[in-house]
Design a protein around this ligand. Sequence first.
Ligand code: S1T
Ligand code: MG
Length: 540
Amino acid sequence: MNLTEQLLHALKKHGARQIFGIPGDFALPYFRIIEESKILPLYTLSHEPGVGFAADASARINGSLGVAAVTYGAGALNMINSVAAAFAEKSPLVVLSGGPGKNESRSGLLLHHQAKTLDSQFQIFKEITCDQCRLDDAQRAPADIARVLASCLRHSEPVYIEIPRDMVAMPCADVLPEAPQTVDPDALDACVDEILERLAQARSPVLMVGVEVRRYGLEDTVATLSRRLGLPVVTSFMGRGLLSEQDSPLVGTYMGVAGFPEITHLVENSDSLFLLGEIICDTNFAVSETKIDMRKTIQALNGQVNIGYHTYAKLPLAAVVNRMLERVSGPDKAFSVTPQVFPLDLPRDAQSITPTDIATAVNDLMARHGKMPIASDMGDCLFTAMEIKHTALVAPGYYATMGFGVPAGLGLQAATGERPLILVGDGAFQMTGWELGNCRRYGWDPIVLVFNNASWEMLRTFQPESGFNNLDHWGFAEMASGMGGDGVRVGTRAELKAALDQAMATRGKFQLIEVTLPRGVLSDTLTRFVAGVKRLNTVK
Ligand SMILES: Cc1ncc(Cc2c([C@H](C)O)sc(CCOP(=O)(O)OP(=O)(O)O)c2C)c(N)n1
Ligand SMILES: [Mg+2]
């Protein structure tokens, strides 16, 4: 077999199920092998940021590798922001990039797509990946591929593989997956003993589950553990959607001053907060009503466990969780949590629409038709998503980049075959919404809710005096048919409900619902967030 086929088989063996990409002349040779070998399906999109977001979303929803294939220079460097988002949010994304071959590299000429040096791209990707290799030696290639893919899954972070275009068809040996890293059993037991002791002694222990629980496929195990321990479970803003399919004492999403007071009180008054796979970042913790003393928490993240002032190193999250479950045998402890109340029964009337009305209409839709996976962009649409009943959600909750929503929704449907709901603001739609034009080729038919307030509303909320936040009113509904979908503009709650019913009943074409929102009208969650941030900033 040749080097590219071996790489593709290794990607599949490590859990990859599809490839998203855009070729270029440095990538044509390996793209041809991807297409002809049929080892993994290839979906080409229109702009590399979308390629990265779609591949990232496929990794998140599959709990395995996502693959983004691009050309050298203009392609790969165009995807930097998407890969940075995957790195920040611990998504196992594999970046494949074509690259110059040996002879052209020695030609003495500057090559097209070259930025500074021929190695600059490799160096740039070092900053946003956990491991890298250049497949310029067919003897070394199997071990390089095995090492890099193992790193991707172990750290749940992106990796970079550069394929010189004169190497793609070179004969290559099989890629033997690296052996899993060993864990020191004594250190693991000492750590688990201490965690269980702390939780047992606590008056009000709380378990907060973060993205690593999804990334390492531990939701079922963690749900069982939470029932056995009788621990109330919360998710962070970024972890929203976790445990939505499992039976667990899930109380809701912690959002500090922007969240529900009872959840804020539960978390901030806990004397033993167990942060499982949670990223300690500002969007998760900056809006805490009362500063959480992180020294009193138990933090299991990035392959280590911090308790108070000491650290247990080299303990993967799965090892800790599975060992805890072995130690906490016996029946589930009774637990009673008052589940979060979500808005339902939107009136079918002529009132203008608020973002919370959109959440209510979506809750009504899912109550009738069952849950749908959601891809959300950054903007008030993401705060609105907090008011939608728990369902699988992919969103840039920490890195907070715009442009994620539409391509991520396409990645969800490619990866799962399920019809997704996409939530996106008008500003973010202007960035990557055009990827919807690729739906017809692949039979994707997401339902897309465009929150059109003709504004960068989140920015205006914090700086209302700036006129540059006022956007023109783009006619997104009219553009849909030109891209192969159906589009409708709605301005009243009755029109919104009718449009959602119509969209649900129409398969095989994307359904774009452009929701006209009055400027300055925010979701309840964003309103609380803004008020809380302003209050916290003035309290000093
Ligand atoms: C790629 C990119 N560029 C810029 C920003 C900054 C930014 C926000 C964050 C704070 O950094 S929120 C926001 C406005 C979003 O507008 P829209 O999509 O219409 O949503 P809404 O009207 O609901 O705000 C911008 C420009 C960003 N997050 N990501
Ligand atoms: Mg907007």
